[in-house]
Every structure is written in C-alpha cells, then in structure tokens.
Design a protein around this ligand. Structure first.
Ligand code: GLN
Length: 380
C-alpha cells in the first residue's frame, strides 16, 4: 500500500458490520437503516432503467438532478444557485468530499478538522498531501472552542472541513458558533467544506447551512447526499454546491476520479428530492420515536448518554461498565451481549481522546432497538 494510506486500517464500519454477522449480534454500529427507502423513489429508479437511461450520465450530473438539488437548496437555505455552474453530482458524499479536497487543496496546505471526525476525512486529506490541524470537541456539549480554533489558524490555513449535524456526536453547530467561524474565515481568507448529510435529521434545533451566512457562499462548498434522508445509503448519490470558481476544481477532480455517477439512480434522486414537505416531517417524526427508544433504553441500562441534537447517532460514556477502553468495550458488547456499537477512538487524531466513548445508531426498526436494549439490560 502507498505511504499515504499506510497508517489506515480497514474502516471501522466494515470491521464492525462483519463482526455483527459473525456473532449474530444486533448491529447498532454502521449507520445504515434496516428498513427500505420510499416506494416512489424505488419506482422512479426502475422506470429510469426501463426508459433506457442506462448510459454514462453527463459528468457533473443529469440536468434534472442538478435542478432538483438547486430547488431543494433554495427551499432549505434561501440561496439561489445555478444548477449548471454551481452543482456537481458525485458518487455519494464521500466522493464529493474527496473531489473537493483533491480539487482544491495543494500538498502542504493546512486544513482544520474537528475531532471526533468521520474517518474518510483524514484518509482523503492524507491522499491530497494536506496538513491536518485538529481541534477536539469535548463532552458533554461538544461545543467549539473558538479561541483554540483561532489559535491554530496560520497563513497556510486553506480550509475548515466541518460537519453539522455532526457524526458521531449528534452535535449541531449553533448560529453563534457558525457566526464565529464565518468571521474567522472571512478575516483569514479560509474556505469552508461543510458536510451536511444529516441536515434533514435535525431534532433539537434548526439546521443552518454556513453557506447562507453573509459573505460565506463565495468561500463555501456545501456537501450533501441522498442516502440518509431517503434511507437509501447503498445508492451513493451525493453532491457539492459551490460558487463557479470552486466548482471548477471539484469537477476536475470528479472527472478523473469517477467521471460520472449512475444514470438511472440520478433520475430517481431527482424525483426523491421533489418529495412533498410531508415526507420530511414524517421522517423526523419516525426518527424522533426511534431516538427516544434508544436514548431512554441506554439510560436505563446505565450509560451516561450525551445529548444528540441531530443525525441518527448518540454517543455514550461506557466507563460505568469497567472495561479499559472503547475498543475493549465494543468487543465485549459484541461477544458477550450480542450488540454492535462503534468505538469512537478511530475518529480522533489522538485515539486516547475517544477511549471513553462509543456510538450507537438508531436508524433501525423499533423492534430491533428494543431487543438491543433488552440484551444490554440483561447482560451488561
Ligand atoms: N456514515 C456511516 C456511519 O457513520 C458509515 C459509512 C461507511 O460505512 N463508510 O456509520
């Protein structure tokens, strides 16, 4: 393996999902729903295949999807973007993140991330030769230490890569925090790459796209996808919204990474994004119920559960159960209890910082969530 990837192991999600299968454990680890996406979206995909929409798509997205993304973005943020010049469709948000980093970051540029961070960030920054600067968000609130953030900005800082609602903690960046990041970026000419794939799963407060704050659109890449909102994580449809001067770099990287994304799925994605508001309301209602089952259950088992405002994840402190760290706890949980969670130490530059925390997901049917809680109550 090339040096730039030497330090990375098999992703934790792959590791944990295969252990779940091996031990017959209930998988509250990898974030994928165990229920299916809506029929109208699946039917749109079947129709597109039958209609012969099966050859290469236009590189930066089929026109109807670019338009549907722009319409959705306007509804969500009030921003009017040009679907032809400011929207790029990618194979999942993970590719959008990679195309953004590879298309806009030079070797040696500094990029700031907030730990715990999604695992692809570090690997992709490493592939681009970027220098990672890291700020840690600490429990119980995981709020942004603004002074510390200011102190690591240098003349080489090119971008901040952020994520709200935040995986794994469920933290949502507040208007005040986003305002402070905005001032910092404008004063120091820093770009923002904002991963917002959980934007429709915001429960305790309203999601704010940093691109919509004054002065920010011109320096922001907003990254999103279909998977979480439509319970279709295997479709791998993502996108990047950015002003033309940034879109150019993103599209150049995308052209040579994957060239184009699955054509029929893009047509179906356009239909999905035009879902009525009631779809999104129902999604939130369903997830609120699931979240209550898991959070109340974890509390009754004896975990300290940290507040999660968005995403379909919650983070807990496992130390009441006496295992030495998050990895040991997750191993015990799989083998002795039959439940899978994700150890969070893999989401930190310094793994020590995550040793007390594990992540559970509630993107599972209510019966599964209840059984997992029952197993933990019995055996932990
Ligand atoms: N985003 C999902 C999670 O955090 C996992 C995606 C993956 O398996 N790479 O659980």
């Amino acid at each position: 393996v090339a040096k730039r990837l030497e330090k990375f192991k098999t992703t934790i999600f792959t590791q944990m999902s295969s252990l779940a299968i091996k031990h017959g454990a209930i998988n509250l680890g990898q974030g994928f729903p165990n229920f299916d996406g809506p029929d109208f979206v699946k039917e749109a995909a079947i129709q597109a295949i039958k209609d012969g929409k099966n050859q290469y798509a236009r590189g930066y997205g089929v026109p109807d999807l670019n338009s549907a993304i722009a319409e959705r973005f306007k509804k969500d943020t009030g921003l009017v973007v040009d679907p032809e010049k400011e929207v790029t469709v990618t194979s999942g948000c993970t590719e959008a993140i990679a195309a953004t980093i590879l298309g806009l970051i030079n070797p040696g540029d500094e990029v700031i991330v907030f730990a715990p961070f999604y695992d692809s960030y570090e690997a992709t920054l490493s592939m681009a030769g970027a220098k990672i600067k890291c700020i840690t968000l600490k429990p119980p609130n995981f709020s942004i230490p603004i002074d510390e953030l200011k102190s690591i900005v240098s003349k080489n800082t090119r971008a901040i890569l952020m994520n709200t609602p935040h995986n794994p903690t469920g933290k949502m960046f507040t208007a005040e925090e986003l305002g402070k990041i905005t001032s910092l970026c404008i004063e120091n000419d820093i770009l923002v790459f904002s991963d917002e794939v959980y934007d429709k799963l915001s429960f305790e407060m309203d999601h704010i796209s940093i691109a919509s704050l004054p002065g920010m659109f011109d320096r922001t890449v907003t990254l999103n996808s279909l998977g979480k909102t439509f319970s279709l994580t295997g479709w791998k449809i993502g996108w990047a919204i950015a002003p033309p001067h940034l879109t150019w770099g993103i599209r150049q990287a995308h052209s040579y990474l994957t060239f184009a994304t699955s054509t029929p799925m893009q047509h179906a994605a356009a239909a999905a994004l035009r879902a009525p508001d009631s779809y999104y309301d129902e999604l939130k209602r369903d997830y609120n119920a699931k979240k209550a089952i898991l959070v109340d259950g974890l509390k009754s088992v004896g975990f300290r559960v940290y507040p999660s405002s968005g995403t379909y994840f919650v983070v807990v402190d496992h130390t009441p159960f006496g295992l030495e760290n998050d990895i040991a706890f997750c191993e015990y949980l799989i083998k002795e209890v039959g439940v899978v969670a994700i150890p969070t130490s893999v989401f930190y530059l310094n793994p020590e910082e995550g040793k007390n925390l594990v992540r559970f997901t509630f993107c599972k049917d209510e019966g599964t969530l209840r059984s997992a809680v029952e197993r933990m109550k019995e055996k932990l």
